[in-house]
Design a protein around this ligand. Structure first.
Ligand SMILES: [Zn+2]
Length: 222
């Protein structure tokens, strides 16, 4: 992984600056990919859209915060040492934000995807057979409504949601309609789990390594 410049942004809420580390290139070697789309990649840090201000704790859409400059710029150098990096929202933060009105569907989809992953985190290694909590089920049902079945990756995500909800016949029908060759391996793996009526979270065997250039799989075309 090659780090890129560290950007300085100004929080819209408290007007104080904070840092955003960027990468110039990365890859998925050694990555672990889960059926719900969550990926842990040592050479590719998670790229967040929604972050938390380290100064005032406001939840901020990163691209809506004014870009002040880069770390090391002449005009910001005096205060560089005092700047802190943004923080990651917790599942509680995501849930709280959803309870307010979220008019932009791409944002709602992002938050619900992050919430899906965050609530699944406890079921990945431990408590693997634990049933989904009511709020997690409600989140998945709404997230499925936001997926476009005519887009292969959305269709696959929706199939996985139905599988996790133990709605196996719906999951099977969605998997059957996936014809994107890039998704075939994952679709077959999830299809096998559906065939065994398995609604637990799994890692997808041998993810194919690939370079970056992505804007984030859950972020859509914003
Ligand atoms: Zn702030």
């Amino acid at each position: 992984m090659l780090p890129g410049p560290t950007t300085i942004r100004q929080c819209n809420e408290c007007n104080r600056p904070f840092l955003e580390r960027t990468i110039s290139s990365g890859n998925t070697f050694g990555a672990t990919l889960w059926t719900d789309g969550r990926m842990y990649a040592p050479m590719l840090p998670d790229q967040k859209w929604l972050v938390k201000c380290p100064n005032c704790s406001a939840l901020l859409w990163l691209d809506e915060q004014h870009r002040v400059g880069e770390l090391g710029d002449q005009r910001t150098a005096k205060s560089d040492g005092r700047l802190r990096h943004f923080r990651s929202p917790s599942s509680r933060d995501y849930a709280r934000l959803l309870s307010r009105e979220t008019s932009a569907l791409q944002k709602e989809r992002y938050i619900r995807t992050r919430l899906w992953w965050a609530w699944n985190d406890g079921r990945r290694r431990f408590f693997r057979g634990a049933p989904l909590k009511r709020a997690a089920r409600d989140n998945l049902i709404r997230l499925a409504q936001l997926m476009d079945e005519s887009v292969g990756s959305d269709r696959l995500a929706k199939a996985e949601i139905m599988r996790e909800l133990a709605r196996f016949s719906e999951a099977r029908a969605l998997i059957a309609g996936i014809d994107d060759p890039l998704l075939t391996d994952t679709a077959e793996f999830i299809g096998g789990l559906i065939g065994r009526s398995d609604s637990r979270i799994h890692t997808i065997p041998s993810p194919r390594a690939s370079g970056t250039g992505r804007s984030g799989p859950d972020r859509g075309g914003d």
